[in-house]
Design a protein around this ligand. Structure first.
Ligand code: FMN
Length: 187
């Protein structure tokens, strides 16, 4: 059974990000996988302080906050999906803090794990009127770091026109795409 870690970065409860996270989870379960959703707004996740201890010492992040159990899960699990709202043409700050902290993962133990090449990464972005091509590039950029570190299989879902709280919840096309992503991640 494939294990998928879903990182939900939206600070807005019951918004577009939450609807898409639930759809991804539904897809994972439908494909017979196991999903764990890490809702960043419910956790304390500091930014990376750039101390370099992870790299120098070959260990996980020295900061002891709610991010602490995550590196072990990323190594163990088969897939990682990052969901974020777009703020000023980037992933929002809370999601970026999480992403920055994953810097430690490749330096501890055996990087993303022995089966890195078989692992998958998904990126889901919800946003208003930003151009689709720019958001596609942003999603690829987020996934790119993990690609450099060995996770080569990547797919994204771009949900445009999602300014209102419930746009995604009402949009069958977006929900189906997120569900399909979940299925693919758990296959
Ligand atoms: C501070 C802030 C900055 C935003 N910047 C952008 C932006 O640069 N481009 C865009 O298309 N949408 C932008 N948006 C809209 C959000 O990306 C969009 O509403 C998103 O779907 C919110 O997700 P949520 O419902 O999970 O909170 C911004 C929203 C906020 C609150």
């Amino acid at each position: 059974m494939k294990k998928v870690l879903i990182v939900a970065g939206s600070p807005r409860k019951n918004g577009n990000g939450d609807a898409m996270a639930a759809a991804v989870e539904k897809g994972v379960l439908a494909a017979g996988g196991e999903a764990e959703t890490f809702v960043i707004r419910d956790k304390k996740v500091n930014g990376c302080v750039g101390c370099g201890a992870c790299r120098k010492l070959g260990r996980d992040c020295v900061q002891q906050d709610d991010y602490a159990p995550i590196p072990a899960k990323i190594r163990e699990y088969d897939a990682l999906v990052i969901l974020a709202p777009v703020y000023f043409s980037h992933v929002n700050a809370q999601t970026k803090a999480f992403i920055d902290r994953t810097y430690c993962v490749p330096w501890g133990d055996n990087g993303f794990g022995e089966k890195s090449a078989e692992k998958k990464i998904g990126v889901v972005l919800t946003f208003g009127s930003a151009p689709l091509d720019a958001m596609g590039a942003l999603a690829a950029q987020v996934a790119g770091y993990y690609g450099v570190r060995g996770i080569k299989q990547y797919k994204s879902v771009l949900a445009r026109g999602c300014g209102a709280l419930d746009t995604c919840a009402k949009n069958e096309e977006y929900l189906a795409a997120a569900e399909e992503l979940g299925r693919w991640l758990a296959e």
